[in-house]
Every structure is written in structure tokens, then in C-alpha cells.
Design a protein around this ligand. Structure first.
Ligand SMILES: [Zn+2]
Length: 661
């Protein structure tokens, strides 16, 4: 027996009866007036129809309302009202008018609003879809609407995030809640869940889009994977904790909406908190607003932090943090760090390192030497060459701030410089020169002369390669490794000494202005630096123009390629120039000779390269003995001296040094 007891006919009466609070009634009234879609849902005898009556009473009088019901239960006061009722099939099973057909008919009647009395079956599937074109739809669902949405493979999306605003929710908890919801909905879950390890929700990366454009995007492989699976039908539903955990970037939301609409996934996207719903236009609008707001606040925070950091950089303000290598903290009376001051010991190390590196020593050799001397980092660890490099190329050592790749030279900083600007510039050229790494990756140079020697046999001219011979280092013209003639060999030690002495003598000769002309070098360096700065600025303009759409892609690529090529060439020339500064401290052959024994192979080689273009080794002179034996009655000293003179004579015959002009 169905009782038609109507106790209340308006929301006001429901309030009087204590069924709803005044606030709730006011909210509902506003929602109805605003034309929102409302579903009244609840168990048997819960008062669904009563509430629906109350809601209908709030429909503005000017609206055209169409009611579809199985039994006339609703009493609407609206003047423009059409009531329609379903009809059971007759005894022959014909003539049935189901609720779904009524809803479809109603949609053709240009209603302002449709009220469906009792949603039980398939008609509910039409409602969200059709409601797109009509604002305002009221219905009451006698059953859980979701139960009618048959999801067979539901995806769980969980997100690991390091939110600093207290919204952190562990994956375990998300997983538990999502699975709880899936169980309630009777949605089978596809394993494993889609877990995004997203500890930097707003870190953007430059990516190449399918159409070839370059743009900043938050990279979310797992989310993309999920979209693909939803699109391909591998999963047909989605459960997440809340909207925030699924999408934060409006672009991601649009992509999800596209999939939902293309695949008819309305009603199949759910969240534990209810914030994620894309079932109709109103849901989609709401989701867009929420994502846009969340996105804005995140970006505002990021922008605020960045702006504050830049401001500190611009004003040279103290930025806190651990002191750079070469500096120590200065604390106030309360123990707060207020500035950096030079740490005399470490600063001295850095100055020495700068000098040695510019003089041609390798970073690796320098680092090894530091560690061998017992020098340690502030934490007591052994030095790594990368740490030394970082310390030397950081703007801190010249007392400047660098922020986002830009140096702020116009402002003073709160700490004293350790290195001079000109030294620092040269160090950066040297240490940031990409060609360095090509060398480092290859074998470490063992012999100072490697790569400088060429075969002097007629028609050969190949580069000589090092090869041990009878426990002695030698260079040969190798047919196997270099396609050489295989007919030339020379011992290393005497040759190296000979070449070095010739180089020292060259340094003392007045003609050896090569590399020692400090003034000319400085002018050239200045010019190169200017070119480099100009090209960097030009590249920035080209990038800006391209992203602003002023410059089309082919022109952009062409201009960028041209600029990058020239910048690489300029950098390489600067690096070469920098290496020539080795000689600025080497004022005479005597100084060079003294330093020669103290420095490593790289330094020696840099010195030689500064004055020597290359060296041609000629075949051993014909008819000359290759080994000398002691003469009868000759004492040891005389023999050694005679042998040495012989060797020198042979070397003078065989070695032709091509000096740099
Ligand atoms: Zn040869």
C-alpha cells in the first residue's frame, strides 16, 4: 500500500517541522533558483517526495515546468506546468510508455525545467546527458544512482605529494579510502593502482608537443597513462581521493574532460570527497573553477617565493643558507646567522686553485693534491673535483649574487670577494668549456708530447702515438692505430727534455711575443666577451619572439642555430685564450724551467702548446750509430757525457719544432 501523505508543501514548512535547518533550506532554495541540477536521494520513507515538493515550490513562477512521474505525487503551484504520467503495458504487453520516453518527450517541449518523480532505471542515463542543453532539472532517485552505472574496470589514481600546506595525505590512506568507495559502488578495481610520485606538482619542464612546439609542462606520465587507458577502454571508471589529487593544471583537466565526453564516462569519475565530478556541464564548470583557483594560488605562491628570492638577489640582501666554500657564518648575539665572512684558510685554497687551474693543471689533479695534503670540506669529507669546480665558478667567490642564471653585478653583496672578476671570468671559460669534458672522458694524457708529434718520413706525416718499448716510453708512427708508415720510432724522455729546453729558450728570445703580449690578448678577450654577451642577448630575443608568435618556427630554428654555432666558437676561442694565460705568469725561460718540474703533465702541455704549433720527427740519420759503447780506457763520466752529446746531436738532426707565429 502506498500512502500519499503530504505533510509539507514548501521548504519553509519543512523548516517549521524541523526537517531541515533554515540555512539548508536557504541553500536549497538558492540552488533551485539558480537552475542547478538536483538529485534527491534516500531510502524508502526517507521523505524524498516531500523534499522534492518543497524544492519544486521554490521554482520561480515564470518558468515552464514539465513533470514526469509514475504516479501523480507532486503538487506544483506553477502556472506553466505540464504533468505527464507513465503507462503500464496492457494485457497483450503493448502500449507501454516508460519513464525514459517521457523524459525524452519532455526534452522536446522546450521546458525551463524537468522534474522526474522517481528515477529507477535507464532514464537516469538520459538525464545527465540531456541536461547539457537545459538548465534546471529536478528528480528524485529511489535507488543509488551510482549503482546503475555499471563500471567493470575502475582505475584508482593515487598521488604522492609533498604539499607544504598541510593537505598531505599518505598514499596508504588514499588507497584505503578509494577502495572503500569502490566497494560501496560495486566497482571492480583494476590492479595495480595508478600511483603518481609527484613531489613537485608545479615543477615545469620544457617539452616538445606533438605539433613540434616547445612549451613548459608539468610532466605526469602516470596521469597520461591513465587517460590513454580510459580512452582505449582498458579502464572504464576512475576513483581518486579528490579533485586536487587528479588535476591541478587546467590543461590536464581539459584533457580529462575530453576523454570523459568522447567516451561517455559521465557518472564514472568519482572521488572520495566528492570534489571530482564531470557528469554534466555544471560539474565541469565547477571543476574548471576549482582547478583554476587552486592553480592560481599555487602559482602565486611559487611566484611570490621566486620574486622574494630575486629581490634579495637584486638588493644584494643576505639570503641565508650554508656558507659558500671560502666563507664562514657571522652570527649575532642571539646566534642567528646574519652574514658571511671570508674563511682565510679556504679562501687561500681557492685562490691557489684558481692560479693552478689557469696555469694548466687539471681539476682532477688539483683535487687529488688537496686531498693528499689533508685538506677537507667543512663537513670533514674528502674533496670531490666537482665541489671545487662549483666553488670556483659560483658568483659568491667574487662577492656577487647569481640568481636564475643572471649575475647581479650592480649590487654590492654582504660578503667580500675572494677572487678578482677577471680571474673568475677566465676560470669559468676554462671550466665551463665543453671541450674539456671530451678530453677528460678520454684517456688521461700520460706524456706531455702526445698529439704534438708528426712523422717526418717523406709522404707520411701521420701523428705519432705512444707505445712502451723495452720498458721505455717511445712514440711510433703506427700503421695499426693511425695508418702510419710503421718505420719511425723515437724515445720519449730525452725528446721531452730536449723540446722543453728549446721552449724555455724560445721564451727568452725577444721574438717570442706569442701569448706574452698581454695587451693584445686583453683586447682580444674583451672583444670575444662582447660578442658572446651580444649573442646571448640576441638568442634571448629570438626565443621571446618565437614564443610570442612573431617569429615562425623555421626562421626561429635557423636563427637559433646560427647564434648557437657562433657562441660555441666564441667560447672555444675564449677558452684557448684563457689557456694562453699560462704564460702570463711565466716571465722567462728560467721561471718556466723551475715550474716545469713542479707542475703536472697538463700544465706542461699547456705551456708547450702556447709556443709550439707541432713537432716533426725525422727518420734516424743514416750511417749514425744508434747505440754508443764505451771506448777503451774511457771513464764512466766521459762516456756518459759523450753519449749525451751524441743524443743531443741526433735530436737536433731529427726534431723540427714548428713554432707558433
Ligand atoms: Zn710515418
Amino acid at each position: 500500500m502506498r500512502k500519499f501523505v503530504v505533510a509539507a508543501e514548501s521548504l519553509a514548512e519543512l523548516v517549521e517541522l524541523g526537517t531541515v535547518t533554515p540555512q539548508a533550506a536557504q541553500f536549497l532554495e538558492t540552488a533551485v533558483a539558480a537552475g542547478l541540477n538536483i538529485i534527491v536521494s534516500g531510502g524508502t520513507q526517507a521523505g524524498k517526495t516531500t523534499l522534492l515538493n518543497g524544492l519544486c515550490a521554490a521554482i520561480p513562477a515564470r518558468e515552464r515546468v514539465i513533470v514526469c512521474e509514475e504516479v501523480f505525487e507532486l503538487r506544483l503551484p506553477n502556472p506553466d506546468l505540464v504533468s505527464m504520467q507513465t503507462r503500464q503495458p496492457n494485457l497483450e504487453g503493448a502500449g507501454e510508455i516508460p519513464l525514459r520516453r517521457l523524459v525524452r518527450e519532455a526534452l522536446r517541449m522546450r521546458p525551463s525545467r524537468i522534474v522526474v518523480g522517481e528515477v529507477r532505471q535507464a532514464e537516469c542515463l538520459d538525464l545527465p546527458t540531456h541536461s547539457k542543453s537545459y538548465s534546471g532539472l529536478l528528480d528524485s532517485a529511489g535507488v543509488e544512482l551510482a549503482e546503475l552505472v555499471a563500471v567493470r574496470r575502475a582505475a584508482l589514481l593515487e598521488r604522492i605529494s609533498d604539499d607544504r600546506d598541510g593537505r598531505t595525505l599518505g598514499v596508504d590512506r588514499q588507497d584505503e579510502d578509494c577502495r572503500g568507495l569502490a566497494a560501496t559502488l560495486h566497482w571492480p578495481v583494476v590492479e595495480p593502482p595508478y600511483i603518481e610520485n609527484d613531489t613537485s606538482a608545479f615543477k615545469r619542464h620544457m617539452v616538445t608537443l606533438p605539433d613540434g612546439r616547445r612549451a613548459l609542462r608539468v610532466i605526469r606520465p602516470e596521469f597520461r597513462h591513465l587517460l590513454d587507458d580510459l580512452n582505449d577502454g582498458r579502464v572504464d571508471g576512475l576513483i581518486a581521493y579528490d579533485l586536487d589529487r587528479v588535476v591541478r593544471d587546467p590543461r590536464d583537466l581539459e584533457d580529462l574532460i575530453d576523454v570523459v565526453e568522447a567516451r561517455g564516462l559521465q557518472g564514472r569519475i568519482k572521488s572520495v570527497t566528492g570534489s571530482l565530478r564531470l557528469d554534466n556541464d555544471a560539474d565541469i564548470t565547477m571543476a574548471r573553477v576549482m582547478v583554476a583557483m587552486a592553480n592560481k594560488s599555487s602559482r602565486d605562491t611559487a611566484r611570490r617565493v621566486a620574486r622574494a628570492a630575486r629581490q634579495r638577489a637584486e638588493t644584494g640582501g643576505f639570503h641565508g643558507g650554508p656558507p659558500a666554500v671560502g666563507y664562514a657564518h657571522v652570527k649575532d648575539a642571539a646566534g642567528h646567522v646574519i652574514a658571511w665572512q671570508i674563511d682565510p684558510e679556504q679562501a687561500a685554497w681557492l685562490r691557489e686553485a684558481a692560479e693552478r687551474l689557469l696555469a694548466g693543471e687539471t681539476l682532477y689533479g688539483l683535487c687529488t693534491d688537496w686531498n693528499r695534503q689533508g685538506r677537507r670540506t667543512r663537513t670533514g669529507a674528502m674533496w670531490r673535483s666537482q665541489q671545487i669546480k662549483q666553488a670556483l665558478i659560483s658568483a659568491a667567490v667574487i662577492g656577487k649574487r647569481e640568481y636564475a642564471g643572471r649575475l647581479y653585478p650592480e649590487v654590492g653583496s654582504s660578503w667580500e670577494p675572494i677572487l678578482e672578476r677577471v680571474t673568475w671570468d677566465r676560470l669559468r671559460d676554462l671550466l665551463l668549456d665543453p671541450r674539456r669534458y671530451e678530453r677528460v672522458r678520454g684517456a688521461v694524457r700520460k706524456h706531455t708530447l702526445s698529439g704534438l708529434l708528426n712523422c717526418g718520413r717523406d709522404g707520411c706525416g701521420r701523428r705519432l702515438v705512444g707505445q712502451p718499448y723495452n720498458d721505455q716510453a717511445t712514440f711510433i708512427c703506427s700503421p695499426t692505430s693511425n695508418g702510419g708508415c710503421g718505420k719511425l720510432r723515437i724515445a720519449n724522455d730525452a725528446l721531452e727534455e730536449f723540446v722543453a729546453r728549446m721552449a724555455f729558450a724560445r721564451l727568452d728570445a725577444p721574438a717570442a711575443s706569442v701569448g706574452l703580449d698581454a695587451e693584445r690578448t686583453a683586447v682580444e678577450e674583451l672583444a670575444l666577451r662582447k660578442t658572446l654577451t651580444d649573442d646571448q642577448a640576441a638568442l634571448q630575443r629570438v626565443e621571446d619572439d618565437h614564443y610570442d608568435g612573431v617569429l615562425d618556427r623555421p626562421s626561429y630554428l635557423r636563427q637559433r642555430g646560427r647564434l648557437e654555432e657562433r657562441m660555441a666558437e666564441t667560447s672555444a676561442r675564449l677558452a684557448r685564450l684563457t689557456r694562453r694565460h699560462v704564460l702570463s705568469g711565466v716571465t722567462s725561460g728560467a721561471v718556466a724551467g723551475k715550474l716545469w718540474d713542479e707542475r703536472d703533465v697538463a700544465w706542461r702541455r699547456t705551456l708547450l702548446s702556447a709556443v709550439i704549433e707541432h713537432i716533426v720527427i725525422k727518420p734516424y740519420p743514416a750511417g749514425i750509430a744508434t747505440t754508443l759503447s764505451r771506448r777503451k780506457g774511457e771513464d764512466e763520466l766521459t762516456f756518459v757525457r759523450r753519449r749525451r752529446e751524441h743524443t743531443q746531436w741526433v735530436l737536433r738532426e731529427r726534431v723540427e719544432i714548428i713554432w707558433r707565429a
